[in-house]
Each structure stands twice: as C-alpha cells, then as structure tokens.
Design a protein around this ligand. Sequence first.
Ligand code: ZN
Ligand code: ZN
Length: 472
Amino acid sequence: MGNTFAKLDENENAFKGRSTSVGSGTMRPNNIAERRRGVSMGLSNNVRSRANSTGSQLMYKKKSTRERDLIKESFAKQLVVRYDESVDGGYLAPHGCYTFEKLDYDPSLVRSLITARKLAPFYIPLQDFDESWTRDELIKIVDGLPLHAAVNENPEEFEDIPIGNLKRQNFDELIDKSLSKKEQRKQRSKIFKARLHRKRIMWQEQENVAFLEQKLESKREPNPSKRNLALPSPDLNHTIYKKGIECPICFLYYPEPLNYSRCCLQPICTECFVQIKRGDPHFPHEEVDPTKPVTSDDEKDPNLLISEPASCAYCATPNFGITYQPPTNRKTGIGGMPPGSYKAPRDDEINVNDGSDSEEGPRTPSKSPEDPEVVTSDMIRPDWKAKLDKERLRLARRSANATAIHVSNQLVDPDHPSRRDSNTDSGPTPTTARSQRLVPNPMAELENQMVEQAIRLSLVDEEERKSSQRHR
Ligand SMILES: [Zn+2]
Ligand SMILES: [Zn+2]
C-alpha cells in the first residue's frame, strides 16, 4: 500500500482532520453563461439554458438572505463527489487537493464540460506510483482509496462558532440580538459558513460511506450481474491507473489522458485547472509622474478598472485554456457503459491509436483561446465580467456618496473651504491663494454642484439597471 496523503499535508490545505469531505468557503453564486462560448463549445441546450437561468437568478443583489443561502448550498452540493456520477473512471467533483474556499468556479458548467468530455474528469489521485506493482497490488491500492480526501473538520476560522441543529434551516436563535444590526449580519454570515462547512463534510461522508458499503457488498455478491455496476470494475481501475502521469502542479499521479495547456501543451489535472483564474479587478499600473500628486484609487474613474485574463501557469501566455482528448479505450459512466461492466480488451485487440497511450502526450498543436476545443479559465467562471461591472458600480457609488457628503458639508458649514473654492479636483491650493480668490456667487456654485451630483447618482442607477439587465 503505502499510498498516504502525506504530500497533501505538506501543502497548505486542510488534510489534518479525519477523513471525508471538503472545506468551507465563501461560495459566490455566479453563473452567467457566455452564450457565444456555450454555442461554440457545443454544450447541450439543457446545459446552456440552465446556466442562463441560474445566471439571471443569481446576479446582483435584491435577493433575500435565505435565497442566497440556498444558492450557496446548492453550489456546495454540486461539489460533493458521488461514486455513481462518473466519466471514464473519474468523477464530476474535485477529490479535495485544495480546500473548499478555493473552489469558486461554476460547478454546473464544469460538470457539463466533463460529461461532454471537453475536460478531464476529476480522478482520485495516487500519492505515488511504482511501476513494479503487480496488477493485483495496483487494484488493491486503488480499491482502498477514499472518494474524497480528508478534510479539517474544525478549521481555526470556525472555532467557537455555534452551528446549532444542522437539520433545521433556520438558525436565528444563534444570533446575539443585543448586537448592532451590522454586527448581527456579520455574525450570521460566520455561522452560515461554519454550518455549511459541517454540512459539506456530512454530505461527503454519506457518499463515502455509501461507496464503501457498496464495495463491500459487491465483494460478497457471487453473482456478477447483481453487483452494483456504478462501481468501477477491477479491469477499469487497472486500465486507468496502470499508465498515469504526474501533474506538474500538484505532483499527484493521475490516469492519462490529462488536460493539456492550449499554448505550451503541458499536462494539468482538472483539480489544478479549476484553480487558475483572473485576478481581482484593479486599476492599470500607471507610470508615476513625480511632478504630480499621486491619485488615490478613490479618485480614479471607476470605468478605468480592468480585469486581466488568467495566464498560463507554465509559459505565462495570457488567456489560459486547455484541450482534452478523451480516452478511446474506455467510455464508461455518464454517456458510456456502466463502469462495473468494463472489461479490458485482450492484448491482441488493442487499437494502435488507443487514446490511453501516454507516450505521445497531446496530439494537437497549440490552439487559440477561441478554438471550439479549448476550455479557458474564463469559461468556468463566466461571472468575471459581472464582477468587474459590480466593482465599477461600487466605486462609482462610493465616489457619488463622497460628493454628496462634500456638498452637504458646504451647505452646513459657511467656512467650508469649498464654499470659497469649489475646484477641489485640481489638488490642494495654498490657503493664501484660496482665500484671496473671489467666487462671484457661492450659492449658485453650490446649486450647480448639487445638480451635477443628482445627475451623477442617476447615471449610476441607470448604469446599474442596464448592467443587471445585461446579465439577465
Ligand atoms: Zn494537479
Ligand atoms: Zn503555456
């Protein structure tokens, strides 16, 4: 055996606790389908319409806390690894090499990409692989692997946070009503996260137990036709794991074929692929002109905010994407034969062009991010544009509010500097110069500012309205 998860423990993730399940996290409800990509990828109608409808449901505020909670829970449920949802020997949800908070992709899109065989499934990785293992040894090792890696049950961030009865959806009684409304909201959010973390562990544990029980039952059942065919046959386990490849990012051993970066054709496991994403929206880095005062981000035009596509982890080419050539020697699980019925072809039946041949690596040249075979990082987080718009709106609102405060200060404070000098945008003016300047009619100036302010606010509202429509 010897296939421990020690290597994972060294990584920053939470494999300290007992077995099972995934981490917790701030899952962001987030799927606006990029229609064009959806079409070019040839995803099923079902997939596209689902993504679109959830997109309109999920976008932008105006949802009750309860609705948001349910969306987060439904996302989390899609990240549970289920033994009876498999594709070519792998699964539709990650094994748990990264903690739960790090899983912020759109799970329904990734599941569809896997079942469409455009993205490698999430395999259960092997910690290491020894070519000297016999067929029986390998099968025994694979058979003993858990469906999901161990998860820290009590991460520090949830220490001392009450979770109450998980069977009841309502947990208002856990919130300290003597706190301010704002503090209560904060507390509520923490409790929700801690509860969701526990629920995910529970959901995954149930699945792990079912997997184990079915395996034991299968071993006891002498009649092969009565065995649970959702469980992989020993032949399938041997076929997929006998010839594997190490992912250069997580150093775990996976069955071939893996995904390959579209630019430099390097292998990458799906679990690492879903981790690669755009950075947060930011202002472009500008040349600093020492003669001018530095503009703080608050003063910049929110429309200048940018979001840059993820770059390749290997060669830094922008617009990271992968291609995947599904195996031709085993179409099992969803869209294929039951994994339990799989029988390995005899040696003389093996096709020379067998997709399992790992020596060749990817059989395709570099591809553009628009190529219909390519799955980009943006495709599995189609909300990036909405996030950018939202951040722009947030900044626009903040700046509009700041102006409102500024204007009202001018109204109540006759000595407010800007009653004499409204042109504050041009930077600090020396006091002497300012006091010597005569403003012909300060009240008229003030009225102008208020009108401008009203226009700005209505523009912000209009922009927000349009933006939420766009994402519907
Ligand atoms: Zn990896
Ligand atoms: Zn590359």
